[in-house]
Write a protein that binds this ligand. Structure first.
Ligand SMILES: C[S@@+](CC[C@H](N)C(=O)[O-])C[C@H]1O[C@@H](n2cnc3c(N)ncnc32)[C@H](O)[C@@H]1O
Length: 276
């Protein structure tokens, strides 16, 4: 009799549990799954948007490389920098001065050493506007340029002489070159498009690895703690250069870019550093 009532009791517990599952447990599980599904979808979608926007904002207005291949030298001088999104310049002479301003602190080093022969890396080479000026200014230089937008690199390939400039599609956080390959690294207007400070750290670590000891790196258009963001995605505090990377890099010059008279550079800064 006792066993019988125990069985009945257990059965009623079981049916209570099944009822609880039906009325509360399963709906609760569905709600939880739906909420985590929504979070997951949101994360995936925003990641796709982040990848797409950083990859293609620059490529959306680019002409076909065959078209650019037919441009005269003067057309290249006057149109290329606009494709690089340096829209604020009136003409090529202003762009050329802007290029010179960026590399000035390294000029003595590269012109003096090795009779002007040096090997540079341009990070975010785009369509090759900046590299074209460097190759013209330093006729004995050779370079390697990377950019994450394939359509831009295709244009750079028709603009820059293959005998002096090698190009590749790559992300600055991982550049497949041997350590200590380069005398100089230029990063004109590219680093602030990285999405977070951790990405900036990864990229700068890569620049340090790739630079020869005694070599130099110049970066520009950096948004600081108190400047406008513009099209930048990350602000880089000036103390990052004077503190966080100070074991490997020594600041040669850190300069506000206001005096460079570039309409969209207000509040931005540039920095050139020496690899210890
Ligand atoms: C303002 S444009 C400058 C182009 C070129 N340096 C010049 O001055 O003519 C910035 C370039 O950085 C590139 N870029 C942005 N994020 C990058 C990344 N993570 N890795 C490589 N290139 C990147 C963009 O695709 C774009 O071509």
């Amino acid at each position: 009799m006792r066993i019988f009532s125990l069985v009945i009791q257990k059965r009623s517990h079981l049916s209570l549990f099944i009822n609880w599952l039906k009325n509360v447990g399963v709906p609760l599980l569905i709600v939880l799954l739906t909420i985590s599904g929504l979070f997951l979808t949101e994360a995936i979608v925003s990641n796709i948007i982040e990848i797409k926007s950083s990859r293609y904002w620059f490529a959306s207005e680019l002409p076909r490389p065959e078209e650019v291949a037919n441009w005269t030298e003067s057309e290249l001088s006057n149109k290329l920098f606009r494709l690089s999104r340096w829209d604020g310049f009136i003409g090529n002479s202003q762009f050329r001065r802007f290029v010179r301003d960026q590399i000035k602190p390294l000029d003595m080093m590269i012109s003096g050493n090795n009779s002007g022969f040096f090997y540079f890396l341009e990070v975010g080479v785009g369509v090759g506007a900046f590299a074209r000026e460097i190759l013209a200014m330093y006729p004995r230089s050779t370079g390697y340029g990377i950019d994450m937008v394939p359509a831009a690199v295709d244009i750079a390939r028709v603009v820059l002489p293959a005998s002096r400039m090698t190009l590749a599609v790559a992300d600055m956080r991982h550049i497949e070159r041997k350590s200590e390959s380069f005398d100089v690294i230029y990063v004109p207007g590219a680093i602030c498009y990285l999405p977070t400070m951790d990405d900036v750290r990864a990229a700068v670590k890569e620049f340090i690895r790739l630079l020869k000891h005694g070599g130099g790196v110049c970066l520009s258009m950096i948004a600081s703690d108190d400047s406008d963001m513009g099209s930048c995605k990350t602000r880089i505090s000036k103390t990052f250069w004077t503190g966080e990377v100070a074991n490997d890099l020594r600041v040669l010059r850190l300069e506000e870019m206001d005096s460079w008279r570039l309409p969209h550079s207000g509040g931005r800064y540039s920095v050139c550093l020496l690899r210890k």
